[in-house]
Design a protein around this ligand. Structure first.
Ligand code: FES
Ligand SMILES: [Fe+2]
Length: 357
């Protein structure tokens, strides 16, 4: 039996050992494109307060959320053609963080600037580079997520805030055996079937893959609401973990009608994207989308799948925040591992190695 003490759960802060609390030199999602409006977004990401905004010409900029004059958050300012204007004395900043106008003063002081971040908007996601060194150039491109551009699917999503460390959310997403207990009324179904699923876990580099197949099982309520299954189904769950996000493809086909592991399988699909971005060692942003492939009543089924998914994630949030609150109350008590923890433990080892490299 393995006994485990989670490191970096916010209780024993890894920064005490001068190791970053998070993997760096990578891209993190800081917003869904649909969040950007005419009002700037204030968000704390990896302990850094940032302002995210889109200029009228469509460009997304990310700056530190601070005016260099008297420190008012720039997020309380206004968006203009050329950038963002502070809401106190009107300094105007361009996308690079340089102050380009001081109202009533001819010369702009050369030191009037704030830090800016490398940002890339693609696939309806806003990615920001967080380097190990301040102001470092990105060493890679942000990951692509083609499902958002695939015409076979419709999707929607939301942003949740968690009072819990990001790795507890990874643990939850990598262990779908909890579906039968936590999500009994949505995507769950029979708990025993989940616990006894045919499971395979592999890892390569910074990726962990999990496949779970549950043959000849009853379709759960969400599936029945969205697709005309005849009776029993063969279900699959395929998870791919990367440090910045997880892709979870779940679904079902009528029993014995299609290969449950065929890449081109039919049936009912739910493709989830889960971008878990630390806010601080003890809190997280969770950007999620869910895509599905309705065969008719597209808008109705899309709305139903998004609603059911949101309910599901509400259930996870309750569990994970309660878990974290209790970890603090029982700080230092050992935890044991069981068979469902294999993938989550692999992911924890990857994150650990990235933090110390
Ligand atoms: S605090 Fe921003 S202009 Fe004065
Ligand atoms: Fe869950």
């Amino acid at each position: 039996m393995t006994v485990r003490y989670f490191k970096n759960d916010g209780i024993r802060d890894s920064r005490e050992n001068s190791v970053s609390a998070y993997p760096l030199d990578m891209w993190y999602v800081v917003a869904l494109s649909k969040e950007l409006s005419s009002v700037p977004i204030a968000r704390m990401v990896l302990d850094k307060p940032i302002v995210i905004y889109r200029t009228p010409d469509g460009q997304v900029n990310v700056l530190e959320d601070r005016c260099c004059h008297r420190d008012l958050p720039l997020s309380s300012g206004t968006i203009e053609e050329q950038g963002i204007r502070c809401g106190y004395h009107g300094l105007l900043y361009d996308g690079s963080g340089k102050c380009i106008e001081v109202p009533g003063q001819k010369k702009v002081p050369s030191k009037a600037r704030v830090s800016s971040y490398h940002v890339k908007e693609q696939d309806a996601l806003v990615w920001v580079w967080f380097g190990a060194e301040e102001n470092s150039e990105p060493l890679s491109q942000p990951p692509r997520y083609e499902v958002h551009n695939n015409e076979a699917y419709v999707y929607g999503g939301d942003v949740y805030h968690y009072d819990a460390p990001y790795q507890l959310i990874h643990d939850n997403l990598l262990d779908l055996s909890h579906l039968g207990y936590v999500h009994l009324h949505t995507i769950g179904g029979d708990a025993k079937i989940h616990m006894n699923a045919e499971m395979n876990v592999t890892s390569e580099g910074e990726t962990v893959r999990v496949t779970r197949y549950m043959r000849n099982s009853n379709p759960p309520p969400t599936y029945l609401a969205a697709y005309p299954f005849k009776d029993k189904v063969d279900r699959w769950q395929e998870i791919e973990f990367c440090p910045s996000h997880l892709k979870i493809w779940t679904g079902a086909v009528d029993v014995n009608t299609d290969a449950v592991d065929d890449p081109n399988r039919g049936g009912f699909h739910m493709r989830g994207l889960h971008c878990v971005t630390p806010e601080s060692p003890t809190s997280s942003h969770y950007f999620w989308t869910i895509a599905t492939n309705p065969i008719d009543n597209v808008e109705g089924i899309k709305a139903k799948v998004i609603e059911q998914t949101a309910l599901t994630f509400d259930e996870d949030k309750v569990v994970i925040e309660a878990q974290y609150a209790n970890m603090k109350r029982f700080e230092g008590k050992p935890m044991i591992d069981i068979h469902v923890d294999v993938a989550a433990n692999k992911a924890r080892r990857i994150i650990e190695s990235m933090k110390s490299s």
